[in-house]
Design a protein around this ligand. Sequence first.
Ligand code: FAD
Length: 359
Amino acid sequence: MMKPFEVDYIIVGQGLAGSAVALQLLKRDKSILVIDRIKPNAPSRVAVGLFNPITGRHSIKTWFADLLFPYFHEFYKEAEVLTNQRCFYPAPLYKPFASIEEQNEWMSKSADPGYYGYVESINTRPAFSFVKDQFGGMILNQCGYLDTISYLSAVRGLIRARGTLLEETFEEGLLIPGDQEIRYRNYTSAHIIFCQGLDAAEWFKWVPVLPLKGETIRIQSDHSQNIIVNRGVYVVPANQNGTWRVGATYSLTDRADGITEQARNELTSKLSELVTFSYEIVGQDWGNRPTTHDRRPILGSHPEYPRMHIFNGMGPKGVSLAPYFSDILVKYIENGDPLNKDVNIERYKSLYWSPSTRL
Ligand SMILES: Cc1cc2nc3c(=O)[nH]c(=O)nc-3n(C[C@H](O)[C@H](O)[C@H](O)COP(=O)(O)OP(=O)(O)OC[C@H]3O[C@@H](n4cnc5c(N)ncnc54)[C@H](O)[C@@H]3O)c2cc1C
């Protein structure tokens, strides 16, 4: 019989979550086997890749921003060096104000130490001719976008060169979880980490990861300023000359595959309230984000199989969440460092899992 091939870790899924875990492990000189089949509409492949510390309808500093943002800026710059591939594009973001009240609110908020480093400047008058900004707006720092297709392909190349990659569907029936090791086909491993987004494996099906459908459009115009604009929708410069990306819609109820006219109309209507330039729509994309009820990622181990772990629930912010929390997960597995209760799988265990759930 052939001797099994031993690795330190098996990773199932190579989206933004699995890629971050793979990089963390390769940087620690761990041996890895990554199993991933390319799924064209996987959220990691259709994501615009925007990162922005001030988000939401009420424009507030995003959860954990002070830890996440400095961390992922270094992480992606290092990934570019490791893979020799450009994919990370920091860029200023302009947020026009909707009213004088909002302008006043930000005049005082920007002096708050909690916002140091995030607000570059406040404009009390219109600042950009291509934006509808009659009340002025603010320029934010630490924003930009990750070209996710280039990043995923660069990380895939690194996995091929320094680990093992199986470009196929992971067959759950072939996995044997043991006390001492995990077996899969002709491989043995100390640990397995499931990073499958919405296609969760049986063992973690009890963890509620919900689809949040999103659509974006690609537009072409002569306009060429390298600044992201965001109010209602975001408009992000893309790599190809003259092609910008506009997003995104959010729907928990539309479970159908494919693009819709309704989403296109929503995006173009919001876009017309934001910019003055003319454009042509050259494409539309859709995908489902893996979200959680409490909008926090899910990290931790299976209640019955301590060598099986999950890294999921990146929701609409995979670019900013995956680098920092993959580090936290690896430190938890390798050193036994405790997990923050907000992200720990334990929060779902009492609600959804019992030994009779078997898997
Ligand atoms: C329209 C849209 C726009 C978005 N824009 C942004 C944005 O601007 N900024 C941002 O931060 N986030 C954005 N997101 C969210 C972001 O895409 C997600 O947070 C992120 O992609 C989730 O990554 P993941 O690795 O968990 O999941 P996925 O991308 O789903 O990756 C899972 C991988 O596992 C593989 N897999 C699953 N099961 C198996 C199996 N059995 N065998 C083999 N392989 C398997 C899949 O094929 C896939 O490759 C957007 C999402 C959408 C839909």
